[in-house]
Design a protein around this ligand. Structure first.
Ligand code: AKB
Length: 315
């Protein structure tokens, strides 16, 4: 059975991915790690180890001790926080990745790490941004993501490390909150709709960005990790897509369930500038062709599921 070490396991993606991986590969075969313990979650995610990903020696020793076959490296600083602390973002995002790549190289194991729609910039085609296109991001997060994609390709070409990655859209989920991203409004809006019946969006109406419901994102990670390597021509990193959304569209869908829901705006210029530099939508036909990616959720069934789950948690 495959054994996997996950970094950033207490984050938005990690929390749910670890649970799914444990269902698939067995509890003891998925080692959750994060920089600090959150007592509730760490207990749920046992086996759990403290790991600061900028500590390469500790990462290597943990991967070796647990004899893992793969690392899923998620620990990273997201776009909005990275813009406030560009040097810290470079240190964490690039330092963590190079340690994961070196560990994978030394131990001869597989590595998955996500890229993002943030790897694109203002000169990328706005609609249906292709798999291979102009990548000149104007954010530190985007610079990290492009450099990360290239590094992963480099380690594959030079050392044969089995690196794989996707460009995630904004991810929507209700288990663990996102932190410091530009697309976070699309998560907050659902919680606010249930808790207060209204939401103030920091992203302007009419600003489209690609989004995806978490179950599709997790399915994509597992599917790509398991994909036949002979079919993978692009590797780092595949566009994956589900829906292109803007605040009014989400609000209209929420109103089908909560007719009195009110959406106001208080634009955050910093996050709006990041959103404006990203494409409206991306084209995922390469992921479909090379490893069969297919998102199941659209705005309608995602909204119904999000509201049901948040209501269930509130009870
Ligand atoms: C962010 O907003 O920074 C992330 C992302 C799209 O990578 N959710």
């Amino acid at each position: 059975m495959k054994k996997i070490l996950v970094t950033g396991a207490l984050g938005q993606i990690g929390t749910e991915l670890v649970m799914l991986l444990r269902d698939l590969y067995g509890k003891d075969n998925v080692i959750a790690t994060d920089i600090r313990r959150n007592e509730t979650m760490a207990a749920v995610l046992e086996p759990f180890e403290i790991l600061d990903v900028t500590d390469g020696e500790n990462m290597y020793q943990l991967a070796k001790r647990y004899k893992v076959d793969a690392i899923i490296h998620l620990a990273a600083m997201l776009s909005a926080t990275a813009e406030k602390n560009p040097l810290a973002a470079w240190h964490l995002n690039m330092g963590g990745l190079i340690n994961a790549l070196e560990t994978a190289k030394e131990l001869g194991i597989q590595l998955f790490t996500p890229s993002s729609i943030g790897a694109f910039g203002p000169s990328t085609p706005k609609d249906k941004a292709p798999q291979a296109t102009i990548q000149r991001p104007t954010t530190m997060y985007g610079v990290n993501k492009v450099a990360g994609e290239l590094l992963c390709d480099y380690y594959f070409a030079k050392y044969g490390v089995d690196t794989r990655g996707v460009r995630f859209p904004g991810l929507i989920s209700c288990i663990a909150p996102p932190g410091g991203g530009t697309t976070d409004y699309a998560v907050e809006i659902y919680h606010a709709a249930i808790e207060r019946g209204r939401y103030e969006s920091f992203i302007e109406k009419g600003t489209y960005m690609d989004m995806m419901y978490m179950p599709d994102a997790l399915q994509g990670v597992v599917q790509l990790m398991e994909a036949d390597p002979k079919r993978l021509k692009h590797r780092n990193a595949y566009n994956i897509a589900a829906m292109s959304l803007e605040p009014e569209g989400i609000a209209a869908e929420i109103r089908k369930h909560i007719p009195t829901f009110v959406l106001d705006y208080k634009i955050d210029p910093a996050r709006q500038a990041i959103a404006d530099s990203w494409p409206n939508s991306i084209d995922d036909s390469t992921a479909r062709e090379e490893w069969g990616f297919h998102a199941k959720y659209d705005l309608e069934n995602m909204t119904a599921d999000m509201l049901k789950k948040i209501r269930g948690k509130a009870k």
